[in-house]
Design a binder for this molecule. Structure first.
Ligand code: DLL
Length: 433
């Protein structure tokens, strides 16, 4: 099933025409409404009228996370605040988070994109869609919500957490489609088993899982345990939220909704665009966003683009499952975390040395985060009681800043390896499993 056949199966030549028209309008919009974009374009000696064909996109400067942080909170909005009817935010590195704004038309387009995504699972007006992505500033909950309403499904807006209750609702309401992070889906599957509930009691058919990296092995596990079709969905707040790309039932790459976004793959070192089939950093330009358009936004996500036609009939290019990141961001239980956030907490508290390591692991289906922090000789010579207080203090601060539980472990002076180049701040043991 295809939600918007004319646009999702549009012949590529026609699609390119639509993209060019929309690209010109977007460039014009940011140039005239957003001083920061105009300044960068002027410095690069490029003006809106220079965009004559799609290849001219390459003349435009990249937009980085730093540009977004520097303009906190609303500096890159390209519509007047009276037209912005929603904001969302994602965690930044240190200090400011990244804030994005949506006009009414943006929300309308977003619902359309999620409608396409959900339709990929076979969902429709008869479906019961349980949304277990977090609601709030995170784009997962509310983003999926409006798309589920758009297809006319019965929406269960439960948000994340309270797993036993989630499972009871799933059973009582006859949930067909589950929307959550893949790790949370696995946790639910384990909890069902622990509760002694057999799969026959549920009407689950499919899941739309994303917001964090996951593997084919994890897909097999989820499909086997829950007896569902598990679909990978991708997106990021800066571009729109979920609804940037979605797998179709063929499950061979995620179709990028190219009538709304132009993807590029670049070499992260040379910043040169790479051809189809080559692995590199994903870069997106939005084509229809009014509130928060982005031009050549560097995602730091690593993938590959494929242009070969897909048996499903959609003509939009596909991206490979995300293979990692070019920066040190880790995603723990769906929350994006940068080591620099931990560093700022430690430096602010000043109770320990600024040598630290994030150790990420998975116990059962749940991600765990341990933060190892070196103490000085002086602190070490103090009483054990004091050490515990220090641990708790750091733990509390980290939890309130990061929004996830972290276990703090104080370690001996000089026990964390010093680096001669880039410091290794994260050990991710999940990947070894
Ligand atoms: O995670 C939006 C989203 C919500 C996507 C629900 C899918 C489902 P952010 O919090 O801004 O937005 O985090 C974006 O998460 O740059 C990737 O590194 C990672 N990510 C998102 N989806 C996937 C996926 C949402 N399917 C960051 N596979 C992105 C791998 C993903 N990584």
């Amino acid at each position: 099933m295809i939600w918007n056949r004319p646009l999702e199966t549009m012949p590529r030549e026609e699609l390119a025409g639509l993209q060019l028209e929309r690209l010109k309008a977007t460039v014009d919009r940011v140039y005239h409404n957003v001083p920061a974009y105009r300044e960068k374009m002027q410095a690069a000696r490029v003006a809106p009228l220079d965009i004559k064909n799609l290849a001219d996109l390459r003349r435009l400067p990249f937009t980085t996370k730093q540009d977004l942080r520097d303009s906190y909170p609303f500096g890159l909005f390209a519509a007047p605040m009276r037209d912005i009817i929603r904001v969302h935010a994602s965690s930044g590195t240190t200090g400011n988070s990244i804030v994005v704004g949506y006009t009414r038309r943006d929300l309308d387009n977003w619902a359309e994109l999620i409608a396409r995504t959900l339709t990929c699972t076979g969902a429709g007006a008869d479906s019961v869609v349980q949304i277990s992505y977090g609601y709030g500033l995170f784009t997962g909950g509310l983003g999926v919500h409006y798309g589920a309403e758009r297809i006319g499904a019965t929406v269960v807006p439960v948000s994340s957490g309270n797993t036993k209750r989630q499972i009871k609702l799933m059973q009582d309401f006859g949930t067909n489609i589950l929307a959550c992070t893949p790790s949370y889906a696995l946790y639910m599957a384990e909890t069902m088993q622990e509760m002694g509930l057999s799969r026959d009691l549920f009407k689950l058919k499919a899941g739309v899982f994303g917001a964090e990296p996951w593997t084919e092995e994890m897909r097999r596990e989820l499909e086997f345990r829950l007896q569902i079709l598990a679909i990978d969905i991708y997106g990021l707040s800066e571009v729109i939220g979920p609804g940037v790309a979605s797998e179709c039932p063929v499950k061979n790459g995620l179709h990028i909704f190219e009538d709304h976004f132009i993807p590029e793959i670049i070499d992260p070192e040379t910043e040169q665009p790479l051809p189809f089939g080559e692995k590199g950093e994903l870069v997106f330009t939005t084509l229809t966003k009014e509130g928060f358009p982005v031009i050549r936004y560097r995602t730091h996500d690593i993938s590959v683009l494929y242009e070969e036609p897909c048996p499903c009939g959609r003509t939009h290019v596909r991206m490979a499952k995300i293979a990692g990141r070019t920066d040190d961001m880790v995603i723990i239980r769906g929350v994006n975390i940068f080591p620099s956030q931990v560093e700022s907490v430690l430096l602010n508290l000043g109770l320990t040395e600024p040598h630290y390591l994030l150790v990420v692991d998975r116990q059962g289906a749940l991600d765990t985060l341990e933060v190892w922090v070196e103490v000085s000789e002086k602190v070490l010579s103090d009483k054990i009681k004091h050490l515990e207080t220090v641990e708790h203090r750091i733990q509390r601060e980290l939890e309130s800043l990061l929004g996830v539980t972290a276990r703090v472990r104080l370690v001996e002076p000089k026990s964390i390896e010093r680096s001669e180049g880039k410091a290794k701040r994260v050990i991710d043991r999940r990947k070894l499993k």
